[in-house]
Design a protein around this ligand. Sequence first.
Ligand SMILES: *Cc1c(COP(=O)(O)O)cnc(C)c1O
Length: 434
Amino acid sequence: MNSTHNFVQQEDPAVWDAIAAEQIRQRDGLEMIASENFTSPAVMQAVGSVLTNKYAEGYPGHRYYGGCEFVDAVENLARDRAKKLFGAEHVNVQPHSGSQANSAVYLMAIQPGDTVLAFDLAHGGHLTHGMKLNSSGILYRFIHYGVRRDNNLIDFDQVAALAREHKPKLIVAGASAYPREIQHARFAEIAREVSAKLMVDMAHYAGLVAAGIHDNPVPVADFVTSTTHKTLRGPRGGIAICRAENAKALDRSVFPGTQGGPLMHSIAGKAVAFAEALRPDFKIYAEKVVDNARALAAALASGGVKLVSGGTDNHLMLVDVTPLGIGGKLAEEVLDRCGITCNKNMIPYDERKPMDPSGIRLGTPALTTRGMGTDEMQRIAQWILRVLKSPADTALVAVTKQDVSDLAEQFPAPAAQLEPQASRDARTLQTVMG
Ligand SMILES: *Cc1c(COP(=O)(O)O)cnc(C)c1O
C-alpha cells in the first residue's frame, strides 16, 4: 500500500472531501456513542486490503470458488482466535453484522411463528430482538421482559413468570442500553426450567467478556452472538458462537441460510482484532473503559442529573436529563454543537416520546482507546453539565467546543496515522456541509 498516494482524493474528490471531513470530526471531537470505538491501524489496513476482491462462498476447505487457499488461512486464524478468546467450541466469523448473526441463529433455532422472550426495546433492548418492523418481529412472536421500576434492574421474577406462561422456544438475553452486568446464569436457569433455548447477544459488552471483566455467557448459552466493532474494537461485523454439536447447523444458517459470500477483508480485520484482544494490554484497556464509565457516571450524578439504575458497571450509562429542565433531543443537539457526540435514548418507563425521550446514552470505549483516563472523565462531565444547564448560552457552547478540541488534540485516535491526513483547512468541511 502506498500511503503517500491518495487515490480517492485524485479520482473522486467528492468522496474524499466527505472522508476528510469525517476524519476531522473524529479527530477534533469526543466520541461518546457507547457502541462506537476506534479500531487499530492494523485492523484498518486488513479491512482495506486486496481480500475485498475475493469470492469465497462456503467455509475453509469447502468453498464454491477456486483460489481460496489464502483466504482459508485468514478465516481459520479468525475462527481459532475467536474460539480461544471466548472459550468456545465453535465460532462462525462470517456474519456481516450483529443483526446478521442474530438472523442466522433465529433461522436455525426456531420456526416462523414461534414464541421468543427478549428484552424490551424501550428498556434497552435491540431492534433485532423483536421490534415490529424488523424481520425478527415480523417472522416470530416476540414477547418482552423489562426492568423493575424501583431499581431499573432486569426483573427476573417477570422473566420467569413470562417464560412459564408463554413457554417460549427461545429466550434472548443481551442489550444495547443496559448499564449493568447481565446475569447469564439466571437466564440459563429459567430457560432450562421451561425447556427453551438460550441466546445471549453480547454485541455491546463482548470486549468486557473477552477481557474477563464481565461474565462469559458461552458456557451457559446455546448460542452467543456479537458485533466485533463495539467494545471488542475490531472492524464492523458479527460473529455467532455455539457448541460443537450445533456447528454444522449454525454454519448452514449463516451460509447459505442468510448470507452469500463472506466479506474476507472484514474477516481478516476480525482475525487481527481477536489477536489484539488476546493480548494482556486489552484487559488493561477494558478495565480502564469500566473505570472511566464509573468516574464519568459519579461526576454526572453529583452534578444534578439522574442515572438509570443509579450508575454503571459496564462501559455505558443512561442519563436522565429531565431534572435539568430539558429533554434528550436538545441534550444530544447541544452536546453535538460542542463536539461531544452521543445519542438521545429512552429511559425505562419513559413518559416522553422516542424522538424526544428523557435521556441520553454515554459510553467510554472510544475515549478510552484515545488514552483518556478518569481525570479527563471528570473534566468532560463538568463540560456536559454546564452546557446542559444553559443550553441556550451560545458563548458557553463556543468555549466548550474549544475545550473539547484542545483535549482531543492531546489524545490522538490510533488510526489517524494511517489515512492520508485531511488538512486542517476549514474549507474542506464547508464544501461538504454545503
Ligand atoms: C449493536 C447491536 C446489534 C447489531 O449490530 P449491527 O452490527 O448494527 O447489526 C445487535 N444486538 C445488540 C444488542 C446490539 O447492541
